[in-house]
Design a protein around this ligand. Structure first.
Ligand code: GLA
Length: 687
């Protein structure tokens, strides 16, 4: 028996000869006429010496009891711990438009593999296990997929203020294992993977990619078996299912495929997160320009100071003022008060009303920082409920704080009541929801708990947008994004770092959900000093905001920031709904991307000079994603950033160029000479 599911430019074909079905094809779309039984025959391997007399299937869940020569797709035990290896038999398929469920069972245990095709061009895959008696699950993989037989593994690592580094690994026999055991998707191992074929670049070649929609950590296995077959598994970390049960489900694995380079993957994931995963309170509402006060005042809140800063923020173009950490309990530093979500009357004798009134009079909306999952031992909440925390009493704290046990319904009810009380008292249209420590243990119940709490809050306060922050980008995944609307990519507001980070993150994240702020002149996390023009344009590549003491701005800096912000607001309708395409810059000192409008009618090209080039003159920058037959007018919109040493007749310095798409993509554009820390910004319009 065979089946196929098609989404975007990809086809997934599956077959069974009696056991758990296996994927026989995952790649570029096959014609509707493809004969699936021939395809299944074509996928059958030979046998040779030193092997069993049949090849154990690389099925949607390879079975530990069938001599599979690699990592099994599930590890199960009876409730008393006795290991079991059910020999699954395929039972039935349930098919509906764009949906397929394949059911296999044995010994009272049923495995259902769900596959769905989405109009955004991705598949989602999920494994559900039900049992007739309580059993234990040590490991359960989402539907297991075969990997390309050529090319590299690209996955991610990161750290605080240095998120989204791409790591490229060659395949070799054995396992590349990544396991995020810190209870959140994490800076260290965010749950993303790209299988890039040989020769795949941003703009050319073949790739397949996956992301695991779960915020509680994950395990990824990329394994080349002794026989040469390759498999990919994703699931919760081993041991994350802590209790016996009769129902277990993996999170959804989201799959994309591309024959147009890494940009095809980026386009599918950006589209999918923005238009399917994120549930916008009001999809038509333009993304407002943020002002966030964290790097301006930290915990030092006073009404006159913040009101002054708010006035300046509004004058520069900000539309939402976010009051960060420091407003509640007795929070003068990060050692106390998490858990006590009532306004600190020492700092705010009349509550937040006077500040909010001022902000709203300026035409801005109000956002508020919270970190409800956490508790400081020095808090009224902890003193009242020392048993509400997660993990052992003698655990190591993180930023002086503990985690509340969100599997406990009383904890969730209390947090719901506390946060709801704030949202009822104040007109808050946005919460920056933080999560600033690693968890002491890994337990899927904690992640289900936070999803449940966020879902309840969203149902009760449907107009409120939420940002997922975890010391910057420690919780960025499609699971949390089903409940939130923006991610704080990093605590680094260093525009050079940010340029690289948001470029790499664009393989997965759309501009509309990726926060990016103009930080202080003297960067607080790197010590660098960068020009305002560069800082502002880097923030304008994503969901723009400011995060600094605006009283530090010189007249020139304020004018530049105001100009770039106005540009961003004028163009956000099409940039925020468009697609980011990464360019293959011939010069490694240049990080460049295009944002192309959904209808292809216009684009903006950002070329960031991250360091000094080795060669004397800029190398041509080839564009991508254009119609080769169309003509485009291209203009550099910030020629004022040309440095003293640029003294030649570069065409873009003095006017626009009109060229065909083919010429722009083959020959490319010659930009003016640039100092490091310069962003060239070019607008293109299809004629
Ligand atoms: C985390 C966040 C910061 C800021 C602080 C406040 O570190 O990432 O942006 O909100 O917490 O304590």
């Amino acid at each position: 028996m065979q089946w196929r599911v098609d989404a975007g430019g990809q086809t997934l074909a599956l077959a069974t000869s009696g056991g758990i079905p296996e994927v026989i094809y995952w790649g570029a779309a096959l014609p509707a006429s493809e004969d699936l039984s021939q395809l299944a025959d074509a996928a059958r391997h030979d046998l040779t010496g030193g092997m069993l007399d049949a090849l154990p299937a690389l099925s949607l869940s390879p079975e530990p009891g069938r001599a599979f020569p690699g990592q099994p797709g599930h590890l199960l035990a009876e409730a008393d711990g006795a290991p079991m290896s059910p020999a699954f038999v395929f039972e039935r398929a349930e098919e509906a438009a764009g949906r397929l469920a394949l059911v296999s069972s044995a010994d009272g245990i049923t495995l259902t593999h769900h596959i769905a095709a989405h109009p955004t061009g991705v598949f989602t895959l999920q494994t559900v296990l039900t049992a007739s008696r309580p059993i234990r699950v040590a490991w359960l993989a989402a539907p297991v997929l075969p990997a390309l037989q050529t090319g590299d593994i690209i996955d991610l690592h990161g750290k605080w203020t240095g998120e989204f580094h791409l790591i490229r690994t060659r395949w070799s026999p054995g396992i590349r294992l990544r396991e995020a055991r810190t209870g959140r998707s994490g800076h260290e191992h965010p749950p993303y993977l790209i299988l890039a074929d040989d020769g795949c670049t941003n703009t050319r070649g073949t790739a397949l990619a996956l992301q695991y929609a779960w915020s509680g950590g994950h395990r990824m296995v990329a394994e080349e078996l002794p026989d040469g077959r390759r498999q990919i598994q994703f699931g919760a970390p081993v041991g994350a299912e802590t209790a016996p049960g009769t129902h277990f489900a993996t999170a959804e694995l989201i799959a994309a495929g591309s024959t147009t380079g890494l940009n095809g993957i980026a386009a599918a994931f950006q589209h999918d997160l923005r238009d399917r995963v994120v549930q916008w309170p009001d999809p038509a509402r333009p993304r407002p320009v943020h002002y966030n006060c964290w790097e301006a005042v930290y915990f030092r809140h006073t009404l006159p100071e913040l009101a002054d800063i708010a006035t300046r923020a509004a004058a520069l173009g900000a539309e939402r003022f976010v009051l960060d950490d420091g407003w509640f309990g007795r929070r003068d530093d990060d050692t106390t008060s998490l858990g006590d979500w009532t306004v600190d009357r020492r700092k705010w004798p009349d509550g937040l009303h006077p500040l909010i009134r001022h902000i709203r009079d300026l035409g801005m909306t109000f956002g508020l920082w919270v970190e409800p999952e956490m508790v400081n031992p020095d808090s009224d909440l902890f003193r009242a409920h020392p048993d509400w925390m997660l993990g052992p009493r003698d655990q190591i704290t993180g930023r002086g704080q503990m985690v509340l046990d969100l599997a406990n319904p009383m904890v969730r009810d209390t947090l719901f009541a506390q946060v709801s009380a704030i949202l009822r008292e104040y007109p808050v249209d946005y919460m920056k929801w933080d999560h600033n420590r690693l968890l002491p243990i890994v337990d899927t119940a904690q992640t289900h708990g936070i999803y449940d709490l966020l879902a309840r809050l969203r149902a009760a306060h449907p107009g409120v947008e939420i940002e997922s922050c975890a010391s910057g980008g420690g919780r960025i995944d499609a699971g949390i994004l089903a409940h939130t609307h923006r991610v704080w990519l990093s605590d680094s507001n260093d525009a050079l770092e940010r340029l690289r980070m948001q470029h790499d993150a664009a393989l997965f994240l759309p501009a509309a959900i990726t926060g990016s702020h103009v930080g202080p002149r003297h960067c607080h996390t790197s010590g660098r000093i960068l020009p305002m023009s560069f800082r502002a344009w880097v923030a304008a590549q994503r969901h723009m905001g400011f995060e600094m003491d605006l009283r530090e701005l010189t007249g020139d800096e304020a004018a530049t920031l105001k100009k770039v912000t106005a540009w961003w607001k004028t163009n956000r309708d099409w940039t925020m709904s468009g697609t980011i395409h990464r360019l293959d810059a011939a010069d490694p000192a240049v990080t460049a991307e295009m944002q192309i409008a959904r209808d292809g009618g216009r684009f903006v090209l950002f070329a960031g000079q991250a360091e000094t080039s080795r060669q004397i003159l800029p190398r041509p920058l080839r564009l991508t994603g254009l119609d080769p037959a169309a003509r485009y007018a291209v203009a550099l919109i910030n020629p004022e950033d040309v440095p003293r040493q640029s003294r030649g007749p570069n065409a873009l310095k003095s006017g626009s160029l009109t060229l065909g798409g083919q010429a722009l993509m083959t020959l490319g554009l010659l930009l003016p000479v640039a100092w490091p820390g310069t962003m060239w910004v070019m607008e293109g319009v299809r004629l």
